[in-house]
Design a protein around this ligand. Sequence first.
Ligand code: NAP
Length: 272
Amino acid sequence: MTQQRRWLITGASSGFGAAFVRAALQAGDEVVAGVRRPDSMEDLVRQHPDRLTVVSLDVRDPAQCREAIAHAGRVDVLVNNAGYGIVGAVEESTEEEFRDALEVMFFGALRLTQLVLPQMRERRDGAIVQITSMGGLLAYPGNGAYCAAKGALELASEALAAEVKPLGIRVLIVEPGAFRTGFAGPSLRLSTPLPDYEQTVGVTRARLTQMHGTQAGDPDRAAAAVLQVLNQPDPPLRLALGEDAVSAIREKITTLLEELDQTEALSLATTF
Ligand code: NAP
């Protein structure tokens, strides 16, 4: 990778996105910050007029995605970070809510990935960072729409990583647990509750809304960890962030193994 990298970061105005912007600038790199409200970045642009530019980017809008890539020119690191939390039972969530979650957190990321790949293939260099979630690997009651979007991005990115590795392009899937951002506060969307789901989804809804501002995860430390991994010569495909993410993913793997063991005889008995 070139010495001074050029980043395109989506959802750059707050939370993880803003932390990635700070970390990349701190590392001496150039940043193109994709945001829905460009005025939110004015102060930072004044501090780094030569290395930070801002582009209007709602990742649901294909034209804005194309314009962002054209505006950026060379992109060494694409960070697909834009997203939001949504809580609702599968039955409570409208099809529109599911579609919007996928539009922002799967298709938005996919679109930008596809747009940036030709130049990365040409240079045989580049990195694509997909901010999914521990919810890309496991789901709690109430997280159906969110995890459908994050899980879709996880698996498409796992395939992508194997496709582009021989072409010199790295993919890093980042799976945070709970971090102190706008995620569980102003950004959180809640579906209309049905009383029957109070004991299941209600618990998730209360847990998420009550954790706002007290989450253990520090987004600046998360960004530093991502930069550290990107600087490794042979980085892993996945990076879980936070004690909660590490233990929940371990638990998921254990459950998968137990279920495989329980059903193995039946599974193997299905061959001709
Ligand atoms: P945040 O502070 O709410 O930041 C989310 C960012 O995404 C905001 O800048 C927001 O822009 C942007 N965004 C939302 N919809 C967008 C769209 N359609 N087009 C472009 N930008 C859009 O929350 P965050 O925690 O930093 O979230 C960043 C990513 O981390 C998300 O993908 C989230 O799923 C993931 N994540 C977060 C946590 C956590 O605990 N914080 C855990 C796991 C994964 P506006 O300001 O314009 O709304």
